[in-house]
Design a protein. Structure first.
Lengths: 413, 367, 175
């Protein structure tokens, strides 16, 4: 249905109109394709650029508020010019390269690390007609990109010729590889339930059945959220750049704009992961009919920032895990949960398709069953994993007077 | 076939966000496990003990501010008590009650900082630190009200205290005392039951009671290992024998126990402050001390319970206006005696957490 | 409320002489002075004896008394809540004192500090090196003759350049 080009509820309308006009004018298919792709890329670049700047402000103000203080509020109204000041500061700083560092790899790492971060935005469904590359293996593509960013981090850490950086890089590799599997399993549950790997297809599935996938896959949502926190090197899983231990880990030797690139990439990655969660679990641009009035891409960006707020909330509240505790969480905690989720989803889809039951009856039952089972499994896992904490009381013992027994004598108190 | 590995020597500090000052540790790592830890101190050595031999007994009080700069009141108190014992000076009642009041306020401030930075070392990006700093700021405001300084107080003098309380002091102290229990409950619910904090600090940096006693550990390190010893109860100074409070004791001597002990000590300090406020008598707040104080020849070792542990002074007098020997038994330095035993076998992350739980203050370590 | 009692010198000297003969050199009211050679044995006896129970070493302090060095040990029993003091002398030329680290681990860092600042060598110390000052620092600062004036009687900072009266303008103040 060809809507008006100025129907800003879906920015793809304008592009579609332009493509149609070009084809009517007789341009070859290649040119039309290239121009529409360029338009899409431009849109994404604008978004990524703006987001990298705005997110600095959002993160610092929010973290400040969580810490009972105002965030930056000196530069501009409400501190809105703070990111500009940060960018200028980073640009004008001297970029030092240690003499013993591997120069080529050292310089390449911050540039290359931007590549997977940017590529992830290509498959995101911003609106009904606003997908840059509507791959029918979109989910697989995203997971593969997540794996490649591990190499760039290791390049940065190894090329720095610094023991702290090496420690950080080792930790990161171990962690990123470990958390791939729970991510995959969580998204596998989603894919099995929705029946397609195409991201716009999953959003349309939620549109068709008039509900968000989070109601059917709560366990997958939680697993993917936690696995993404680890993949993004954010608290509580930010051992790679654990500031209080190894002082910035893999990017300890970077200064100036090279460090700025790492910093920006962390923000851009957070955006892309939040977008994936918003698209897959929270309905993307579809919100129970609201997209008739509010442009779908605005809703999508809103949901994106809601998930980003969750990630900032994690950072402001939780202490950091140790590397072996993170590994244990991935392999012994999230992996079995992910497998259970896949099993459950497959079973449900089997019942649904095989017996051709009407969706209206079966889906609410699935939702309730999934929630209950998710709750039960999570509580059971938590009880098991924190069993050792109950061994000793969590409060100090109050003694009214001094009493130190002699060696060999039993304690009197 | 076994892989040939080489141990890696990593330098933690002296410039490091988490070593609580210019403190340096050289750890030998085998992968992520520490096989040997050696500490290098002296980056803040200011030769206070030598300088003190040049200055009169009263002129040395500011040195005690700058040793443990996060607990200046107790530093002043320990030194003044030692000199008073040496010179035979009696402090009037009001002075003693004021000393107890301010020592306990300082203990709350110091423990708030210690616990805040401890959770910061565990990785929570300064959020608990900022929460606890609210209380510390209020206490520092009270200090500024009474003596004009926030950190290097120089308030407790030989013979009593320097100034009396201004009129607006008591209402503000009462407001703080009223809201502190709720805040402590808030911190208890946020921090003490936090699973991630438990995972990071339980069974980490364990000090057995025998090692604690043999290595002369004091303060929360000793009490965290289960030994119920507090100088305020064992050898009461000022008016602590009239105060009713308990000694919090840990269970097995790990970092979490020391954290618990410090949290509980804040509550006990609050009890003491309430009693001191209620019992504060009117009268003179300082004894008349001659301007040129010359204690008789002799020596004394006197100690108090500072937030970091047992802060003792060994003073030798030859009858002159300046000390003959001015030696500080600094708790931070001696609490580091068991560092190697605590560190070996842990990972680097645990080493940082352990160092945070010892709660050293490098000004006191190096003097 | 109990106050820490202090075991008097003569009482302690009696107990020590009973266990380790020829250990006590001098007795005063507040301390017992021992012969350096028997220091470690006496300390071990005092630590392991059930009634004295000196398991907790409060402090090790060194004093430079112009003709000799003195190292003072203050020990407490946490179980009995009493305290006592021991002293050991060392001569000025070659100051050597046996180390009590085998008895109390807490003496480790304190003895290093005394070696650093006063120059007293502790024989038997597992790792005797300077604590605060760097390797190669000339001398031991806390000694009384460090930076002494020629023919000096009072050690101090007089060697450092003094301000001339009126150096910074204003009225010249005569102290």
């Amino acid at each position: 249905m060809l809507a008006r080009w100025y129907d800003f509820r879906d920015l793809g309308n304008g592009v579609a109109r332009m493509a149609q006009a070009l084809r009517d004018a007789g341009a070859p298919d290649g040119v039309v394709y290239a121009l529409t792709a360029l338009a899409g890329c431009l849109g994404i670049l604008i978004f990524v650029g703006l987001t990298a700047i705005v997110n600095i402000w959002v993160e610092r103000r929010l973290i400040g508020r969580m810490q009972v203080r105002r965030g930056p509020n000196r530069l501009g109204p409400w501190g809105l010019l703070q990111p500009v000041a940060d960018a200028i500061k980073l640009i004008q700083k001297e970029v030092l390269t240690p003499r013993a560092a591997d120069g080529t790899v050292f310089a390449l790492a911050p540039i290359l690390i931007f590549v997977p971060a940017m590529l992830a935005f290509a498959v995101l469904p911003w609106g009904e007609k606003m997908v840059l590359a509507d791959l029918n293996v979109g989910v697989l593509y995203l997971l593969a990109l997540g794996s490649t960013s591990a190499i760039m981090v290791f390049m940065a850490g190894y090329a720095s010729n610094n023991k702290y950086a090496l420690l950080g890089a080792m930790r990161v590799i171990a962690m990123l590889i470990s958390y791939e599997i729970p991510s995959v399993l969580a998204l596998l549950g989603v894919v099995v339930f929705a029946g397609t790997m195409q991201l716009s297809g999953i959003v349309q599935f939620q549109d068709f059945y008039w509900s968000w996938l989070i109601f059917f896959q709560p366990l997958a949502f939680l697993i993917f959220l936690l696995a993404s926190t680890a993949e993004l090197n954010r608290s509580p899983a930010d051992i790679a750049e654990a500031e209080s231990e190894i002082v910035a880990g893999y990017h300890i030797e970077y200064s100036g704009m090279k460090f700025g690139l790492f910093y920006a990439v962390e923000l851009v990655n957070s955006m892309s992961v939040s977008a994936v969660i918003a698209a897959l679990f929270l309905g993307g641009w579809w919100t129970f009919g609201l997209e008739e009035f509010v442009p779908g891409w605005m809703i999508f960006i809103g949901k994106l920032y809601a998930v980003y707020f969750l990630l900032i909330w994690f950072r402001g509240t939780l202490p950091r895990f140790r590397i072996d505790q993170l590994m244990a969480l991935a392999w012994k905690g999230l992996l079995p949960l992910g497998l259970a989720n896949v099993l459950l989803s497959a079973l449900e889809v089997l019942i649904w398709q095989e017996y051709d039951v009407s969706a209206g009856i079966v889906l609410p039952i699935f939702a309730v069953v999934n929630f209950v089972l998710a709750g039960v499994l999570l509580v059971a896992f938590m009880r098991v994993m924190t069993r050792s904490f109950e061994r000793l009381p969590k409060r100090a013992r109050l003694v009214p007077d001094i009493s130190v027994p002699l060696p060999g004598e039993p304690a009197t108190a | 076939m076994s892989i040939k590995t080489e141990p890696m020597v990593v330098n933690i500090g002296p410039q490091h966000p988490s070593t609580h000052g210019v403190f340096r540790m050289r750890v030998t790592l085998d992968g992520e496990r520490i096989t040997d830890a050696e500490m290098v101190v002296g980056y803040l050595h200011r030769s206070m003990e030598k300088l003190a031999e040049e200055r009169t007994w009263t002129q040395n009080i500011p040195f005690t501010d700058r040793m443990d700069y996060l607990a200046a009141m107790t530093g002043n108190l320990s030194y003044c008590l030692a000199v008073e014992k040496l010179a035979g000076i009696d402090v009037p009642e009001r002075g003693q009650y004021l000393r107890v009041l301010f020592a306990e306020l300082q203990r709350i401030a110091s423990h708030a900082m210690a616990n805040g930075t401890f959770v910061n070392d565990c990785g929570a990006w300064q959020t608990p630190l900022f929460y606890m700093f609210r209380e510390r700021e209020k206490i520092l405001d009270l200090f500024e009200m009474v003596c004009g300084a926030r950190l290097t107080l120089n308030y407790i003098r030989i013979g009593g205290v320097a100034f009396d309380l201004p009129d607006e002091f008591m209402p503000q102290l009462q407001a703080l005392v009223d809201e502190l229990p709720d805040r402590m409950d808030e911190y208890d619910s946020l921090l003490l039951d936090n699973e991630i904090l438990l995972m990071r600090s339980r069974d980490v940096g364990i000090v057995s009671p025998e090692l604690a006693m043999n290595a002369s550990l004091t303060g929360p390190m000793l009490r965290g290992s289960g030994i119920a010893w507090d100088i305020r109860k064992a050898d009461p100074y000022c008016v602590y024998d009239r105060m009713d409070f308990d000694i919090p004791v840990g269970h097995q001597g790990d970092c979490y126990d020391r954290f618990l002990v410090r949290m509980a000590e804040i509550r006990q300090s609050l009890r003491i402050i309430k009693q001191a406020m209620a019992q504060l008598p009117p009268g003179p707040f300082a004894a008349q001390v001659p301007l040129s104080l010359r204690p008789p020849a002799g020596e004394i070792y006197s100690r108090i319970e500072s937030p970091k542990g047992e802060l003792g002074f060994y003073l030798v007098s030859d009858g002159g206006p300046t000390p003959f020997r001015w030696h500080v038994r600094s708790p931070s330095l001696i609490n580091l005696s068991a560092l190697r035993e605590m560190m070996v076998g842990q990972t680097v992350a645990d080493a940082i957490v352990t160092l945070g739980s010892i709660d050293i203050n490098v000004g006191e370590v190096d003097r | 409320m109990p106050a820490t009692k202090s075991i008097s010198g003569p009482q302690l000297a009696e107990r020590i002489s009973g266990a380790v003969p020829d250990a006590v050199e001098e007795t005063a009211d507040g301390w017992v002075q021992l012969r350096p050679q028997s220091l470690v044995d006496v300390c071990r006896y005092l630590r392991d004896d059930r009634e004295i129970d000196g398991r907790y070493l409060n402090s090790v302090s060194g004093v430079d008394k112009f003709d000799y060095f003195e190292v003072a040990y203050h020990v407490t029993s946490l179980s009995h809540n009493h305290t006592f003091a021991l002293k050991v002398r060392a001569d000025h030329e070659q100051p050597e004192v046996p180390s009590v680290v085998p008895v109390w681990l807490g003496a480790h860092l304190q003895e290093r500090e005394i070696f650093d600042l006063l120059g007293i060598r502790f024989t038997g110390h597992p790792d005797l090196k300077r604590l605060f000052l760097w390797e190669g620092f000339p001398g031991h600062p806390l000694r009384k003759d460090f930076m002494a004036l020629p023919g000096g009687e009072h050690p101090g900072l007089q060697r450092f350049p003094k301000e001339e009266p009126g150096q910074w303008g204003g009225e010249a103040r005569v102290d």
